[in-house]
Design a protein around this ligand. Sequence first.
Ligand code: AMP
Ligand code: GLY
Length: 444
Amino acid sequence: MRILVVGKGGREHALVWKLAQSPRVTRVFCAPGNAGTAGQAENVPIDSTPNDFDRLIRFAKKEKIGLVVIGPEEPLAHGLTDAMQAEGLRVFGPTKNAARLEASKVFAKNLMRQADVPTAEFRTFDHPQLARHYIESREYPLVVKADGLAAGKGVIVCSTKQEALQAIDRIMVQEEFGAAVGRQVVVEKRLEGQELSLFSLVSGRTILPLPPTQDHKAVYDGDQGPNTGGMGAYCPAPIATPELLQQIEEQILVPTVSAMKHARMSYRGLLFTGLMLTNQGPRVLEYNVRFGDPETQPLLMRLKSDLLDLLEAVVDERLGDIDESRIEWDPRPAVCVVLCSQGYPGPYVKGRVIQGLEEVARLPDVQVFHAGTRQEGGVVLTDGGRVLGVTALGETLADAKRRAYEAVARISFSGMHYRKDIADKALAVTPTPPVTSAPEGATS
Ligand code: AMP
Ligand code: GLY
């Protein structure tokens, strides 16, 4: 089978890397890809804005693509799945309607309310003055969220009323994230706790949760500084005990997925539930309608089964036939450290030469997934804010962390920065014993 992966980040490189290992895959294309995807796939210079949809569809038909895997949220929100399906292509990724779970925070919060899914107390507004009155009346810290997609920047976590009022101004009055994105806002209670990223394969009513992961959103060590797309992740997340995962499945995943089905927006794809683990129990912060980045990198490092089998089962509505206990995961934990360009998450510099990649490629159980990179002549240059995800497996979480940072130490580019404390939160909570058990989920 020939596969087309749409996107150009670390997530897409991890998907390409894993799908290329499938014995059933003959060729992988990545549109537009990066210097890393070029190693296992053929990069195709087509972007995925709505203007590019026709070209992508023509390419997929000409190349007889058997499965299209859409990485990022924007093409999903703009209906790439629908457009491709209408042309007879097989696509992994939800339809435009179902993608509203991520593309509209107002839609997602209303669905949670209706389905009784635990989430932060909230109100939605389409006028700044009403939002301001509400903010003045609250006695707790708030989070203000622009309704639409804003590349992860439309969520403003506030400590004071003043900050929340400014957030309303930025989103609704200055329209900093665009007029449509800021037409409505969600104002919600700020929750305290650890965050958890839980990915599930979903097809109709069937839900198959994958091992839990944790991201590191803030740019600096100790969760300081502004939020980014994610500075590092590990899998599994020891904080997510089997009991907690059971509770999340019953109280959150099942009602969410059946509410979507009831609303005639049957979900088919990867559902990413972003949770806050509060003292009162797990609460949904948001849904994403795609694999998370960087979480997908350590997750797929651990997957031993064929990813194509799983994605096809979703697309063909055969997910219920997959025996969860037969999906094989490497029992070793994986840690991913993201290396960023100078200035990120603000305006950043591009075009810097990256050194050390060949040396790291020789390390066992280490993968460098490329994000913002491009190849020019014989050299790899930085080409985005998040540049590389260095991912390592280890006997313990501490060992995986040590091995990831040993690899990081061999890579350099001018202005490179990264967090030094990826996985420390989990290490402080649970000193993990060496892994001797069978793969998780396995019964024998
Ligand atoms: P994003 O994934 O870019 O939409 O960013 C959402 C991030 O904002 C989450 O990962 C949290 O770190 C933070 N956040 C969102 N909602 C809340 C909330 N109610 N309380 C505390 N932090 C929140
Ligand atoms: N790492 C969080 C996300 O992919 O949205």
